[in-house]
Design a protein around this ligand. Structure first.
Ligand code: BV8
Ligand code: ZN
Length: 230
């Protein structure tokens, strides 16, 4: 049985990574949608770098939680029958042991050259002073901003959405195109599952809605999908 899992900020919340909705989508008085855009970066690059520098530094202080670890265990059992797509730009899935993670909105621990597109591991602060070692171009966080096309939309994600089970974990389902994946999977005949602290605006699309903390519900789901009786 193929399963595709889509995670959002809610799976990292119990690790101490604030979600977007926690801060009412605000950062230092700016709406996230106004800071996480190419226009904001062109206009105030140092403000946008500061937004990511704070979040990148905070990652050093958090650990994966049982939800991340349960998905890593499920990958062990299911192999290629599991596709993990995340909207998160943190590395908690990888640190929990997941080996194949489709970061459709990019990764905060990587930087990309604005000129030659080289992608570099980047754990420290970024600024306009940092240059690409290969071509001297300017560097930006390797994340997908509002108005930019997410990664893996051409083939990996459409193929993954043909799975028999689709599970959305810890996502408010407000940001597209990720917010449209559940309906797409359902149209293809998938059983759709939502795990969240509360029903999201699109909960009616889901066949199964598990209300509770990801750290409790994801291990249950993983055991059930992995063939255990829970
Ligand atoms: C694109 C990286 C076009 C950067 C991110 C009007 C209508 C519809 C759409 C649009 C519109 N205007 C603009 C758009 C498009 C826009 C969009 O959807 N905007 C929204 C705001 C309406 N989308 C885009 O711009 C996308 N690109 O459309 O491109 C295009 C077409 C052709 C060619 C070129 C371009 C790009 C979107 C990607 C933006 N980048 N992240 C960064 O991180 O800084 S999005 C960012 O916000 C996250 O990655 C994530 O995707 C999103 C936040 O969502 P969640 O992860 O769901 O987090 P949230 O806080 O919202 O919810 C947390 C949930 O967890 C809650 O439900 C909560 O209850 C739950 N929870 C909390 N704790 C727990 C828990 N659950 C379980 N257990 C817990 N313990
Ligand atoms: Zn370069």
């Amino acid at each position: 049985m193929r399963i595709v899992v889509l995670t959002g900020a809610g799976i990292s919340a119990e690790s101490g990574v604030p979600t977007f909705r926690d801060a009412d989508g605000l950062w230092e008085g700016h709406r996230v949608e106004d800071v996480a855009t190419p226009e904001a970066f062109a206009w105030q690059p140092e403000l946008v770098h500061a937004f990511y520098d704070l979040r990148r530094a905070a990652l050093a202080t958090v650990e994966p939680n049982p939800a991340h670890r349960a998905l890593a265990g499920l990958e062990e059992r299911l192999g290629d029958d599991l596709t993990l797509v995340t909207q998160n730009i943190d590395d908690l899935h990888e640190r929990a042991g997941s080996r194949r993670v489709l970061h459709m909105h990019g990764e905060i621990l990587k930087a990309r050259c604005a000129r030659c597109e080289a992608v570099l591991d980047w754990r420290g602060d970024l600024s306009t002073a940092e240059r690409c070692g290969a071509c001297g171009g300017g560097l930006r966080p390797h994340v997908v901003w509002f108005g930019e096309m997410p990664f893996y939309m051409e083939e990996e994600i459409p193929r993954a959405l043909e799975a028999e089970v689709f599970a959305a974990i810890g996502t408010s389902g407000l940001v597209y195109p990720a917010a449209g994946f559940a309906a797409q999977a359902k149209a293809g005949g998938a059983l759709t599952v939502e795990i969240n602290l509360e029903p999201t605006p699109s909960f009616r699309i889901f066949d199964v809605v598990l209300i509770g903390k990801a750290s409790e519900k994801v291990p249950e789901l993983a055991r059930a999908v992995g063939g255990e009786v829970i």
